[in-house]
Unconditional design. Structure first.
Length: 174
């Protein structure tokens, strides 16, 4: 790869790595796996950088690669048998600001737990639409489906998320 291509890829990676990692976390719910997914995504993009760089929609391309990388990872047979550990003990986060009140953090965690219970396509649509703030057309482009599919998956996903959050709140209240 030419030096100029190397530099342009580095700029892209620095600019988009945090967003890719956050989106990966919203897909999988595990920061370590999210880091792996982000790195794998960047490696895949690097391998095809000379072809992709000319494309104007590098952000959408990176979202597509991340989504497909996550779905591929989810389909691996050894992943199915892996069991998550119990709750991780809480520790003080120095990065929290005054806007991160305990109630707000609790609500965010509750929504995230509900999001993790959704089927992969519904979860992906909700992450792309409401966390990455993509339009219906952009989400359809990233997911390689029709706009109608995005709309129906959004509606079903939001309804399922409401149900999951209600169930989780019922458990907390009990």
């Amino acid at each position: 790869m030419r030096q100029s291509d190397e530099e342009s890829f580095r700029r892209f990676a620095v600019e988009h790595a945090a967003r890719l990692r956050r989106s990966a976390y919203l897909y999988c719910g595990d920061w370590h796996l999210a880091e792996d997914l982000m790195q794998t995504t960047l490696i895949k993009i690097y391998r095809s950088w000379t072809r992709v760089e000319k494309d104007e929609s590098l952000s959408n391309y990176s979202r597509t690669v991340l989504l497909r990388t996550w779905l591929d990872e989810k389909r691996r047979p050894w992943r199915r048998s892996e069991q998550s550990a119990a709750e991780v003990p809480e520790r003080h986060d120095e990065g929290r600001g005054p806007a991160d009140s305990p109630e707000r953090l609790w609500a965010r965690d509750l929504v995230h737990q509900g999001l993790l219970r959704l089927p992969p396509r519904q979860r992906a649509v909700l992450v792309l639409r409401y966390f990455d703030d993509l339009s219906v057309a952009e989400t359809a482009d990233v997911m390689a489906c029709s706009e109608g599919t995005v709309k129906s998956q959004s509606a079903r996903g939001l309804e399922s998320l409401r149900t999951c959050v209600s169930e989780l709140m019922g458990r907390v209240a009990s």
